[in-house]
Design a binder for this molecule. Structure first.
Ligand code: NAP
Ligand code: ZN
Ligand code: ZN
Length: 348
């Protein structure tokens, strides 16, 4: 067994606290990684507080993982000891269903194996990246360019791919007017990508104090979504809207901003189902859709795109001892724009 040490939630109400546990020893296709940085995703918080009613305690969260390879199995080809490696939201899938064959492993018919809060094919409970190490199948592990700051790269493994994938799927680019709802971890990456792809980008926010940042990060316009007149000024004008908001909110005012045949995609996963006015969709043949992270090939494409275009997350690096405080700030929309845990702090 590989001895591991990290922070875990033992139930829905107690804070994260130190936790020792075992992982499997690396098999022929596995790499062992010493974790350097792990991003803090809002999904970590939804999960540990059991807002999705699926928590399997103890939960060691964390699926935006970057670190150094310390050991490799006999069949490993992609990595050698000392390489920088990343692990994201999924660590396995069935590999044979139509989605897996299409490199859309996140939509695996048998269900992907999540990096934490899941049972893997060995029957073990998976534990995530708020820890000193991880053992993962090399197929589901990404080589990371040493050109970029590793703390800023970590959030690409979830916030990055979750926004990159739908923006690519819906063909966002030059000549398109695109909205990003929410300027948090996902939202600020969506804004950077949409801007980088050449679109005219409108950032929607509930926090007017984020306006200057949104402009700096690439927004052409910023709209305070609580202001009905400011919203109405953009009626029927968007080619695409990406909604990253983490809390329940009314989708209908955004649907009214789409052009005929345009789409809005939800990546935010609040725990309360939305109410949709069917007329807001029907009268202009608009679509409402959803999206989950991205597949293995697209995630590597996104990482390569970021290395090429010098794109990373804007991060506030914290020691693990501040994680519970970070969650409280996240709930107040006070994150600029991703907390990333420096795992060296685990030694303290
Ligand atoms: P985050 O950093 O907390 O950002 C969420 C942002 O949502 C906030 O900063 C805020 O932006 C906005 N917001 C909050 N309450 C709102 C409200 N009532 N109305 C409108 N906007 C509101 O969270 P995150 O890590 O980016 O995650 C966002 C959501 O995506 C979470 O639900 C998470 O579970 C989900 N997620 C989904 C996937 C996927 O694959 N689909 C992957 C990762 C995460 P402003 O201050 O600008 O308003
Ligand atoms: Zn995430
Ligand atoms: Zn599959």
């Amino acid at each position: 067994m590989t001895k591991s040490f990290g922070y875990a939630a033992q139930n829905a109400t107690s804070p994260l606290a130190p936790f020792a546990f075992d992982r499997r020893d690396p098999g022929p296709n596995d790499v062992a990684i010493d974790i350097q940085f792990c991003g803090v995703c809002h999904s970590d918080l939804h999960t540990i507080r059991n807002e999705w009613n699926n928590a399997i305690y103890p939960v060691v969260p964390g699926h935006e993982i970057v670190g150094r390879v310390t050991a490799i199995g006999s069949a490993v080809k992609k990595f050698k000891v000392g390489d920088l490696a990343g692990v994201g939201v999924l660590v396995d899938s069935c590999r044979v269903c139509p989605s897996c064959k299409a490199n859309e492993q996140q939509y695996c018919d048998k269900g992907m194996t999540l990096t934490y809060n899941a049972r893997d094919k060995y029957g073990d409970l998976t534990f995530g990246g708020y820890a000193n190490n991880i053992v993962a199948d090399e197929t589901y592990t990404y080589p990371i360019s040493s050109k970029l700051n590793p703390a800023g790269v970590a959030p690409l493994l979830c916030a990055g791919i979750t926004t990159y994938s739908p923006l690519r799927h819906w063909k966002v680019g030059k000549g398109k007017k695109v909205g990003i709802v929410g300027l948090g971890g996902l939202g600020h990456m969506g804004l950077k990508f949409a801007h980088s792809f050449g679109a005219h980008v409108v950032q929607f926010t509930t926090s007017l104090n984020k306006k200057e940042d949104a402009l700096r990060l690439g927004a052409d316009e910023v709209v305070l979504s609580k202001d009905p007149d400011a919203m109405q000024a953009h009626a029927n004008s968007f080619d695409f809207i990406l909604d990253t908001a983490a809390a329940p909110h009314d989708l209908n005012p955004y649907l009214e901003l789409l052009k005929r045949d345009a789409a809005m995609t939800l990546v935010g996963l609040p725990d309360v189902p939305p109410t949709v006015v069917t007329g807001a969709l029907a009268f202009r043949r608009r679509s409402l859709s959803g999206s989950i992270i991205g597949g293995l090939v697209e995630t590597q494409e996104m990482l390569d795109y970021c290395a090429q275009h010098n794109i990373t997350a804007d991060v506030e690096v914290i020691p693990i001892q501040k994680i519970n405080e970070a969650y409280e700030r996240m709930l107040k929309n006070d994150v600029k724009y991703r907390f990333v845990i420096d795992m060296a702090s685990l030694q303290k």
